[in-house]
Design a protein around this ligand. Sequence first.
Ligand code: PMP
Length: 292
Amino acid sequence: MDATVSVNGHITDAAHASISVFDHGFLYGEGIYETLRTYHGAPFLYDRHLRRLRQSAALMALPVPFEDAALLADIRKTIAAHAGGLQEAYIRVLLTRGVGELSYNLAATPAPTVVIIVKPYVPPPDRTFTDGIRLSLVSVRRNHPQALNPMIKSNNLLNNALAMQEALKSGADEALMRNQAGELVECSQSNFFLVKNDAVVTPPLSGGLLPGITREFVLELADEFGVPAREERLTPDDLRMAPEAFITGTTREVTPVVRVDDLTIGSGRPGPITLRLLEQFRARADELSKRR
Ligand code: PMP
């Protein structure tokens, strides 16, 4: 593993990074995380990621033991410590309840654990953008918000992992998930959009999904460039009529979807609205990162 890791400020290579087995992040999956990436060496949309991290933490009464600027300094230090240097970095920030007795009582864990993992950012193969990817509509349903709210970007990723493993078994690149009502909500590691009557449409947060930073950014970009965009409840029937579909995510940018299981989306090639949004997304990421 070509990673450099900071555990509570102690920076090591991957092999020497460790936390206690009594960390409640490990014992109970009690923790949250953010995945960021750099463009031109700068963590992209850092403020938005930190806003979401604080929101995730608040939803599980987890104290955040750092200021945004201090964490950014630690991320930069971890990147700088990477042997051989990093062209562009993948950054994962994890915050757990910390080490304590085997108990769900918050009093058991006085100090949260902060982990920063950085490694080279390896972009998805070019063909995923030029040819599009295939999703599988999986049987695993997204967690019900009243059971485990998908708004919490939780380290407990069993729901996502089981969905993705089902998709991989059928040879797909990503798992498309429904909520308990059978509505499309999001994918195992990305948000889902389709084109409907020339508008870009994505399920509303109230359906029970992660408020993706890329999702939010793409909705704003669409607005700015005069592409009608809205949140609307979607069902699997909408896939049949959709001329285009795509997913969004920090590491996937805007990735065209050309098939869902055996169903071909539109012409089976990435659509013009999707490709325009991808181009605008990349141009804006470039521009915002160079300005720093
Ligand atoms: N949904 C889920 C379940 C995810 O894990 C991710 C990736 N973190 C996303 C959506 C996309 O979010 P973002 O655009 O913030 O990377």
